[in-house]
Write a protein that binds this ligand. Structure first.
Ligand SMILES: [Zn+2]
Length: 438
C-alpha cells in the first residue's frame, strides 16, 4: 500500500512534455512518486494509501529549486542599503565578522531556509561561512541543500587560511558523500576575491570528488573592470583560461557578458543562475537572458541572500526574470512563462546533476511536491496554470510542502521544528547585529 494519496489536484508536472493533469491524483511511497493519474482513473482502479489528502482543486507541482542563496545572511536583512556591490560588501563583511559564529550561522540558516521552504523551495544551493551549520539547519527543516567548502583570500571569518579552506572543503565533501539530502559543492566567493591559483585548487577538489563548483561571476561592471586591470581579461575569459568552466560549474549572476563570453559559457555547458532582484536592488544591471537562452545555456533562478535582494522569494524571482526579459528586449515573447517555470524547477535539478531524481513530477522521482492555493480572488477563473504560476501566484499561496514524501510544511506551518523559538533567539540577537555597524 502507498503511504500518501493526493487527489483532486491540478497537477503541473514540469516534465519534458509539459504535462498538466486536470483533476489528477498521485501516490507516494518510501519518498518516491509511484503513480500520476487523473482522479477518475485513480478512484476506478481504487488507489489505496495509508493517508489520503484532497488538494481541493489546488495546483500540485514540483518544489522550486533556489540555485543561489546565502540563507544565514537573513540575520542582516535591511542593515546595509543603497550602496553598489563593492561598497555594500565592505559593510556586510564588518557585520558578518562581528556576529557570525557556528551558533549564529545555524540560527540565520534556519531563518533563511525556513523562508525558502514556506515559499515552496524544496532545494536550495547555499554559499556561506560555516556550511556544516547550513547543512544541519536544512536537515532540521527536512529540506534538500547543496552547499560545501568556501574559499576567500581576504581575511575572512575565524581567521582561516587557504589551507584551512582546503581541508574544510575535503572534510565537508567526505562527510556528505552518501548523504541523500545534501549535495556537496565547492564554493569559492568570486574571481575578484580569490586568486586564479586558489580558484584552481578549489576546482581540483570539485573535480576529484565529482561535485559542483559554484562561484559569483560577472555580477557588476566594476568587477569586469577589476579583473581587466588585474589580469587583462574579462571575467568569463579569465575563468575559461584557468579551466574553471564546465558542466559541473554553476555561475551566479552573469549580468555583464559579451557575445564571446556567452558562447564560452554555452560551449563549456556551464550553468548560470539568474538573480534579478539582487541585481536590480544593488544597481548591478540586467542579465542578457534572451541571448543566453538562445545560446542554449542551462539557465536557473536564485534569490541571492536576504541582505541584497531583501527576500528569498522565488516567485518574485520568476516574475522578474520573465518580465525583465520581455521588457528589456521589447519583445512579448522573449521568454515564456513555461521556460521560466522550468528554470526554477527542472533546470535547477540539471545544474545540480539531479535531474533523474528531482525537478519534475514523474513516476520514480523523489516526492518533492508543493501545493499552490488557487481557490482565491487572484486565481479564479484559471485558464492557464503555467502563466498563473509565474505572473499571478505568490509565496503566500503555498499551503503544503513535501520533501521525499515527508510533509514538512502542513497548512503553512513548518512541522520539523518549533520555528517561533528560533524567531525569539534572532530577536534577542538583533540589538547586537544592529550595533555591529554603529
Ligand atoms: Zn551571492
Amino acid at each position: 500500500m502507498d503511504d500518501i494519496l493526493i487527489k483532486d489536484a491540478l497537477i503541473v508536472t514540469c516534465d519534458p512534455a509539459h504535462t498538466i493533469i486536470e483533476n489528477g491524483a498521485l501516490t507516494l511511497r518510501d519518498g518516491k512518486i509511484t503513480a500520476l493519474e487523473s482522479s477518475d482513473i485513480a478512484s476506478a482502479s481504487s488507489f489505496r494509501a495509508k493517508k489520503t489528502i484532497s488538494a481541493n482543486g489546488n495546483i500540485v507541482m514540483p518544489g522550486l529549486i533556489n540555485m543561489h542563496c546565502h540563507a544565514a545572511d537573513s540575520l542582516f536583512r535591511g542593515l546595509v542599503e543603497n550602496l553598489p556591490l563593492e561598497e555594500w560588501l565592505g559593510r556586510v563583511w564588518i557585520a558578518e565578522k562581528a556576529i557570525l559564529t557556528p551558533e549564529t550561522t545555524y540560527l540565520g540558516s534556519i531563518l533563511g531556509l525556513a523562508e525558502n521552504l514556506l515559499s515552496g523551495a524544496t532545494t536550495v544551493m547555499d554559499m556561506f561561512w560555516y556550511p556544516e551549520e547550513t547543512a544541519n539547519a536544512a536537515k532540521k527543516l527536512g529540506m534538500r541543500i547543496s552547499t560545501g567548502g568556501i574559499f576567500f583570500d581576504l581575511p575572512g571569518i575565524g581567521g582561516r587560511s587557504h589551507e584551512d579552506y582546503i581541508s574544510e572543503a575535503h572534510q565537508f565533501s567526505q562527510n556528505h558523500e552518501a548523504d541523500e539530502n545534501v549535495i556537496p559543492a565547492i564554493l569559492p566567493h568570486g574571481s575578484y576575491t580569490v586568486s586564479p591559483e586558489n580558484l584552481t585548487d578549489a576546482k581540483r577538489i570539485a573535480d576529484d570528488y565529482g561535485i559542483l563548483f559554484c562561484t559569483h561571476a560577472a555580477e557588476t561592471e566594476a568587477e569586469q573592470n577589476d579583473i581587466k586591470t588585474r589580469y587583462n581579461n574579462s571575467v568569463i575569459r579569465h575563468l575559461d583560461e584557468h579551466k574553471l568552466l564546465g558542466e559541473n560549474v554553476v555561475l551566479a549572476h552573469c549580468v555583464h557578458l559579451d557575445e564571446k563570453e556567452i558562447s564560452l559559457l554555452a560551449k563549456s555547458k556551464t550553468n548560470v543562475v539568474l538573480n534579478p532582484m539582487s541585481n536590480l536592488k544593488l544597481g548591478s544591471g540586467i542579465a542578457p537572458v534572451k541571448e543566453m537562452k538562445r545560446a542554449g545555456i542551462n539557465l536557473t533562478i536564485g534569490t541571492d541572500g536576504a541582505i541584497s535582494g531583501n527576500d528569498l522569494d522565488m516567485w518574485l524571482a520568476m516574475r522578474l526574470t520573465c518580465g525583465l526579459a520581455k521588457g528589456f528586449n521589447m519583445e512579448a515573447d522573449a521568454l515564456t512563462a513555461e521556460q521560466v517555470l522550468h528554470m526554477a524547477t527542472i533546470n535547477g535539478a540539471k545544474a545540480l546533476g539531479k535531474s533523474e531524481s528531482i525537478g519534475s513530477l514523474e513516476i520514480g522521482k523523489c516526492a518533492d511536491i508543493i501545493m499552490v492555493d488557487v481557490n482565491n480572488s487572484h486565481s479564479i477563473p484559471l485558464f492557464d496554470p503555467i502563466t498563473h504560476l509565474v505572473f499571478g501566484a505568490g509565496r503566500s499561496d503555498i499551503t503544503d510542502v513535501f520533501v521525499s514524501g515527508k510533509h514538512v510544511v502542513e497548512n503553512k506551518k513548518i512541522t520539523g521544528i518549533e520555528i517561533e523559538k528560533i524567531y525569539d533567539k534572532v530577536r534577542e540577537l538583533a540589538p547586537q547585529i544592529k550595533a555591529s555597524l554603529e
